[in-house]
Ligand binder design. Structure first.
Ligand SMILES: Nc1nc2c(ncn2[C@@H]2O[C@H](COP(=O)(O)OP(=O)(O)O)[C@@H](O)[C@H]2O)c(=O)[nH]1
Ligand SMILES: [Mg+2]
Length: 175
């Protein structure tokens, strides 16, 4: 079936996923502040609409608790981009995020979806150089997937817009 008449070539869908309390909603807030023309619908589905140049981006802030993570997969086949948020505030949290990231990157439904990996809360975690992050997350050999890592602090508003701007350049149109 041809869905083209339902979508414009300017439409994109992005999901924000990661552990609970990693900073997903704060990152959504940073994006909304930067593109304030977008309307938000925070109560219902945590879906935000961003108008960015000629693009209409729907941003889904999905829940991150273990019991809720199965929901993420419902979005995989309809998303053009993933924001995966890593909580860098403790070694345990990094370890758990790393395992989830690996399973996502090996998911067949996501093989052509670009991953923006935001290493968040760097304002409180152990200092780490950007170039060490691929090894820290053990994704340095992940060549089949398009991915990029940015260090962010959603709290202090740095890194998020730069990362999202990268993702915008990598997302294809909805088919
Ligand atoms: N220090 C610090 N705290 C953050 C950062 N991002 C989010 N937080 C805090 O972490 C908590 C969880 O953030 P939230 O966005 O609700 O996480 P979510 O469960 O992933 O949506 C909140 O208290 C935020 O203020 C950050 O970059 N640095
Ligand atoms: Mg949240």
């Amino acid at each position: 079936m041809n869905h083209s008449r339902w979508y414009s070539k300017h439409d994109r869908r992005v999901i924000i996923i990661g552990l609970d309390s990693s900073g997903k909603s704060e990152i959504a807030r940073v994006l909304l502040e930067n593109w304030p023309d977008g309307c938000s619908n925070i109560e219902a589905l945590s879906c935000y609409k961003l108008k960015i140049g000629d693009l209409n981006v729907s941003l889904y802030d999905l829940p991150g608790k273990k019991k809720d993570r199965f929901q993420w997969r419902h979005f995989f086949s309809v998303t053009q981009g993933i924001i995966f948020v890593v909580d860098m505030s403790s070694e345990d949290r990094i370890q758990e995020s790393r395992e989830i990231l690996h399973s996502l990157m090996n998911d067949v439904l996501l093989s052509s979806v670009p991953f923006l990996i935001l290493c968040n809360k760097v304002d409180i975690g152990q200092p780490i150089l950007s170039k060490q992050l691929p090894r820290e997350l053990k994704i340095q050999n992940m060549k089949e997937i398009t991915w990029e890592i940015y260090k962010t602090s959603a709290k202090y508003r740095f890194g998020v817009i730069e990362g999202f701007t990268w993702l915008l350049t990598k997302m294809s149109a909805i088919e």
